[in-house]
Design a binder for this molecule. Structure first.
Ligand SMILES: [Zn+2]
Length: 469
């Protein structure tokens, strides 16, 4: 039996790991898109380390595009098995993958336009089309949390809520072995945080023999949310009331946007939110919010209680969801203060780019960054304080204030990840493979895990294959 690391190795995006059992049966864990502009990964999304037609089964941890975003391509290139996920993840993927396909098609279209202007061959092709994404949805099978689901004779899988985004799960595979105890192989997926709005707390995994574990925030400690809710109110007050400016919040359409909207909804219910128009300018966020409402089984007890008084926790008087492009464009001419929440969170594309372009050069405004931005993204440059940036080829000077709130992160910080893993037996767990982190964070997390008594902690490189069992 071996495990091959086919993505998110010493980097954060492109999650993909291939487990090959002793009898040659191949299980793919996640099939995510690489997001970023590092030249080293230029071909990553279009090229496979394995042959998709050779894979027997796929397990998906959650619906973030860096975990599911290459599935349509996998199916297009020959994968014919089932894709198993939680039911909420399956439904969110319907939204995410169609949106991703639209972006791929648009990118190819504009790329070909540019090529035409330069007299080059117009041969740019989308990674996959809307049709490919729709086809791939036929392969999905949604199952519930906390029960063993058979994959084949002697192998079963269980999802546990990982508290990261709606529908997110850790994956445990139980593999029966002749003459000895079953082997438990775990994949953390992305580890969430306790006491988050909307989501349940991360649930510990089974006692494992091997674990692939994320490491995004190794060596880091986040602020706690209650303080940041007060800080958010202060930022709204200063930007929108005192300066009459706009508060621009780039946010992932799935997860972060709904958490922010629910926080604002609660503040409005409590009478603490100043009267400022709020726009969620992301068609995908609108669709994802509808999916949320269909899966109350994923809500934590706080929001279930809240919904007894306010049946729609994602809607309040001053809030407007913007779906159509022409309505989005009208926001460019909006006078006076406003809060605009838009995607993408890492500012790599989407409507947020127009809002940044229109507002980042005005010192009355604030850009509030509420999530991780991978290196080489526009978000990372704004986050680190660059004073000059480029959007659509145009140079802009950053005069708006830039604020950062990491407590809205959907990823646990180091103490939270250690707490999540604390139940695992140090004797039983033979190896931990760290993925989904930049190398410096991974090294910090490895030291912390060693201090906690875990034995063999490895940081694989892309393509590494390791024998286990
Ligand atoms: Zn994620």
């Amino acid at each position: 039996m071996d495990i091959q690391f086919c993505g998110a190795a010493q980097t954060v995006t492109g999650s993909c790991h291939l487990l090959t059992l002793d009898d040659g049966f191949k299980i793919l864990l996640d099939c995510g898109l690489y997001q970023g502009r590092d030249e080293e990964f230029e071909d990553f999304n279009a090229k496979w380390i394995f042959d998709p037609g050779d894979i027997d089964y796929m397990v998906l941890s959650h619906a973030h595009i860096d975990h599911c975003g290459r599935i349509p391509r996998l199916v297009k290139d020959g994968y014919r098995g089932e894709i198993i996920s939680t039911s909420a993840t399956r439904d969110l993927c319907a939204v995410m993958l169609l949106d991703s396909a639209k972006i791929q098609e648009n990118d190819a279209y504009y790329d070909n336009k540019r090529r035409k202007r330069r007299g080059l061959a117009q041969d740019a092709k989308p990674l996959y089309t809307i049709e490919d994404a729709t086809d791939s949805l036929q392969s999905f099978v949604g199952i519930s949390y906390d029960s063993w689901h058979p994959i084949k004779q002697g192998v079963s899988v269980m999802f546990k809520d990982s508290g990261h985004i709606f529908g997110s799960a850790s994956v445990t595979l139980r593999i029966e072995r002749n003459g000895s105890d079953p082997l438990y192989f775990g994949f953390s997926g992305d580890i969430g945080r306790p006491d988050r709005p909307i989501l349940k707390d991360p649930e510990p995994m089974e006692n494992l023999d091997y674990l692939i574990c994320e490491s995004t925030y190794g060596g880091k400690k986040h602020n706690q949310l209650p303080q940041d809710v007060e800080d958010l109110l202060t930022i709204i007050q200063e930007t929108c009331i005192n300066n009459k400016g706009k508060l621009i919040i780039p946010a992932f359409s799935v997860g972060r946007t709904q958490e922010l909207v629910h926080t604002l909804d609660k503040l409005e219910t409590e009478g603490r939110l100043p009267e400022v128009p709020v726009f969620v300018d992301s068609p995908m966020a609108v669709n994802a919010t509808e999916v949320f409402r269909l899966h109350p089984e994923c809500f934590d007890s706080d929001i279930q209680e809240y919904m007894l008084d306010d049946p729609n926790p994602f809607r309040f008087n001053d809030l407007k969801y913007v779906k159509r492009t022409d309505e989005s464009k009208q926001l460019n001419y909006l006078d006076g203060p406003a809060i605009i929440i838009s995607a993408s969170g890492m500012m790599t594309g989407g409507r947020i780019l127009h809002h940044l372009m229109n507002h980042i050069e005005d010192k009355r405004n604030t850009v509030l960054i509420v999530g991780y931005c991978a290196p080489h993204t526009l978000g990372a440059r704004i986050r680190r304080g660059d004073k000059k940036i480029r959007i659509f080829g145009q140079e802009l000077r950053v005069k708006a204030k830039v604020k950062i709130m990491d407590s809205y992160s959907a990823h646990g910080d180091e103490p939270e990840m250690l707490e999540y893993l604390s139940n695992l037996s140090r004797d039983k767990l033979k190896s931990i493979y760290l993925v989904h982190g930049d190398l410096d964070r991974q090294e910090m997390f490895r030291s912390a895990l060693k201090k906690e008594g875990f034995r063999d902690i490895q940081i694989p490189e892309l393509g590494d294959k390791i024998e286990i069992g």
